[in-house]
Design a binder for this molecule. Structure first.
Ligand code: SAH
Ligand code: SF4
Ligand code: F3S
Length: 472
């Protein structure tokens, strides 16, 4: 009998990958996906705690299921991921009809727990140890990797995949919940990663994005041998079929020269670095305990520009962090002007219970001020993104075609020739008209127009034996 699974995922790429694994595991047990909670016999939420908003979304979705569960007590409802690890049993206080609470380090238990909940209704909990639980080894062991199954049908596209190279985080930025929800930093063994990448390549995957909270801090020590991210990239580079390698997210202090040289020298590695700065003020960085100064970040940017001049760099910023003054915010604007990021993800500070900032510092920047700073910084970034897209006009770029564009998806365009989207080697989004069969190919596209976020182009037609072979 087929069982129907509804799963909703919020949060970062790590969470998308976790959901992919959970779905793959459940498919093996005969589950099929459904996009309606009415049809589903199992309803899962893979949650995020990084900002309050992400949690509110899930609690309201759970609220809407109250009546559903009353009418159909046999439906199993599970809360997985970071919010499960952070809120633990308090989730049952707000939604007593939830059956499962499973942290991101315990996802391998999901199939079994669903079965148990169906056989014997109750409140099932599987969580990793708290960071303050004592013995570091035991804490580490309680956060398990969950990467057993690679199912090509579950990926964003069959030719793109995430590969988790590191779990957890040890940086403890004062605003951030991630070290509490994802546990201690651990690099996965390179042999496992290479084997997994080979499986992906055999399945037709062309692009692999390596994931880690501070991916460039990756390190694996085995006996006397240490593998760094640059070594891992060199090994992955050798795998036939893999055309592109990316890695996110980078920590500024760990952007070492060997890594920059690897990005420069290894042809398959994307010239794209996502290195969040968070703030352009030394005082704010200190309050955030980011572990570097503005001068350190500037020095890193100079090395990036010198080693890989064509690289595009993107950043994250938090505006309205505890005590942020207008002067401090102005320094962040200056930093964006100075480094001309390809794009920046800008967030309003959201206090997270359990973090050092929440304990030590009042969340004292008013919401309207946070909103204004967010809009102001975004306007500066968007102007820069637009200006930096202008030189692409008339140029030809190599694009890995990912699929129908957002517009085509919205219009539910079923035609053979439609608007497609893909990315350049430096992670710029390109949209163009083309045939569906181009999806998954790498093609030259001539750029004819641009906005701050997108390059618009057309497929470059090739001359073969005197006839024009249009790729469209
Ligand atoms: N590990 C990554 C990303 C972590 S979360 C890194 O360190 O870069 C992604 C982004 O969310 C962070 O870069 C930060 O800009 C933002 N963020 C984290 N905690 C936040 C909070 N409490 N309020 C607002 N934004 C936050
Ligand atoms: Fe959070 Fe800082 Fe770790 Fe990133 S580096 S996950 S912002 S604690
Ligand atoms: Fe959110 Fe957890 Fe990722 S808190 S950003 S889902 S690591």
């Amino acid at each position: 009998m087929t069982k129907k699974l509804y799963i909703e995922t919020v949060g970062c790429q790590m969470n998308l990958l976790d959901s992919e694994m959970v779905v793959a595991a459940l498919r093996r047990q005969g589950y099929e996906l459904t996009d309606s909670t009415d049809d589903a016999d199992t309803i899962l939420f893979n949650t995020c705690s990084v900002r309050q908003h992400a949690e509110d979304k899930i609690y309201s979705a759970l609220g809407r299921l109250r009546a559903t569960k009353q009418a159909h007590p046999d439906k199993v409802i599970g809360v997985l991921g970071c919010m499960a690890q952070k809120d633990q049993k308090t989730i049952f206080d707000r939604a007593p009809y939830v059956d499962l609470v499973v942290g991101p380090g315990q996802l391998q238990q999901v199939p079994e727990l669903i079965e148990q909940a169906r056989e014997k209704p109750g409140q099932y909990v599987a969580l990793s140890l708290d960071r303050k639980a004592g013995n570091l080894d035991a804490i580490r062991r309680s956060h398990e990797y969950f990467d057993p199954l690679r199912d090509p049908t579950m990926r964003p596209t069959p030719f793109q995949a995430y590969l988790r190279i590191q779990i957890g985080c040890d940086k403890f930025c004062t605003y951030c919940i991630v070290p509490m929800t994802r546990g201690p930093e651990q690099g996965r063994p390179p042999e496992q990663l290479i084997a997994e990448a080979r499986v992906l390549a055999d399945q037709g995957c062309k692009e692999i994005t390596l994931l880690g909270q501070t991916v460039n801090s990756y390190r694996h020590v085995d006996g006397g041998r240490t593998t760094r991210l640059s070594d891992l990239l060199a090994q992955l580079h050798e795998i036939d079929g893999i055309e592109r390698l990316k890695f996110v997210t980078n920590y500024p202090k760990d952007m070492t020269d060997d890594l920059l040289q690897a990005v420069r020298d290894l042809k398959k590695v994307s010239h794209y670095l996502h290195v969040p700065a968070q703030s352009g003020s030394d005082d704010v960085l200190k309050r955030m305990k980011r572990g570097y100064t503005v001068a350190d970040y500037d020095e890193m940017m100079a090395r990036i520009r010198e080693t890989i001049p064509e690289a595009s760099v993107s950043s994250d910023f938090i505006v309205g962090f505890c005590g942020e003054t207008e002067e401090e915010f102005a320094l962040t604007v200056e930093m964006v002007e100075r480094h001309r990021f390809k794009n920046s993800f800008i967030f309003k500070y959201s206090e997270r219970p359990g973090t050092t900032a929440a304990k030590l510092r009042p969340d004292d920047v008013p919401e309207e001020v946070k909103k204004r700073r967010n809009n102001d910084l975004l306007a500066v970034q968007n102007r820069i993104s637009e200006e930096d897209n202008r030189p692409f006009l008339g140029r030809k770029v190599e694009v890995l075609v990912e699929g129908p564009s957002k517009l085509s998806l919205k219009q539910d365009d079923q035609s053979e020739v439609l608007q497609l989207t893909g990315r350049t080697m430096c992670d710029r989004i390109v949209v163009f008209e083309g045939n569906r069969r181009l999806i998954g190919q790498t093609l030259p596209i001539a750029i004819v127009d641009y906005t701050p976020f997108t390059l618009h182009g057309s497929v470059v037609t090739r001359h073969v034996h005197g006839i024009t072979a249009g790729a469209v």
